[in-house]
Design a protein around this ligand. Sequence first.
Ligand code: SF4
Ligand code: SF4
Length: 291
Amino acid sequence: MGTVFNIQHFSVNDGRGIRTVVFLKGCPLRCAWCANPESQKRSPEMGWTKGECIGCGECRKKLEALSCCFKDDRLYWNRSASFDPDRVRKVCPSGAFHVIGKEMTADEVLDEVLKDRAFYETSGGGITLSGGEPLMQPDFACEILQKAAAAGIHRTIETCGYASGENYERVVSLVDELIADVKLMDPDKHKVWTGRSNEPIIDNLRRAREAYPDLPINVRTPVIPGVNDTEEEIAEILEFTKEIGADYELLRYHRLGEPKYESLNRSYPMGDRELPAETFRKLQGLLQLEN
Ligand code: SF4
Ligand code: SF4
């Protein structure tokens, strides 16, 4: 069994062709700009959607262990308390208070993925394992990928790369395409903004290239205001991508994840930062100069 927090059909942004993206729960990093904060905790957790709450108070009365209470029109609860997901589902009549993360077997995941097989055949797509960080569940990730390989499906992984060399190697040996985040080259700065050094990430990528010289590797950098939005930072990563023979892509910072923090009872760590369109255009120009 593994923990999945979403399965997205018909994605065209997570590898070649039309893809089914399986999001595994858990991430070793804590990027301040994370747009999927619900992915970070390894175990299932609770979320609350204000717009769906009918104010019946059942959660407060019946889920004592979670110590639910309303304040300023918002639901608060004890995020570290354990809970029974089935009980929560029965208690909240509208589904506003909901469980994020579902225990599934690799066969159940594959059954869902194979529903899209016809689209893979016409578009060259397949399955993409994403997260969170799929390498947080290495056995589960390997089992899904092995089953997908046996079914003849193209396999991609999207990873932050923070994992033991052994687990990285096991999972990468089973994919046809690797999409890897490199957010910063400076290990200390990386630690400040994500909670961990980038050394294992860089080492794993170098080793993957050595072991699989023909593997398509696509490095992505989310451009974050005040973190890595300078020509120096991006040029340094660009140099690294050339060293390992990877394609390189910049992703523009957005605030789409902000409401999710409220839904998880957390505050948004990026405050009111924005990335000007002009800054992003200038940085993209660096990549075009290379082509
Ligand atoms: S690596 Fe991705 S999922 Fe993990 S914290 Fe950073 S942005 Fe979020
Ligand atoms: S049980 Fe659900 S709908 Fe009722 S108050 Fe709690 S969150 Fe709102």
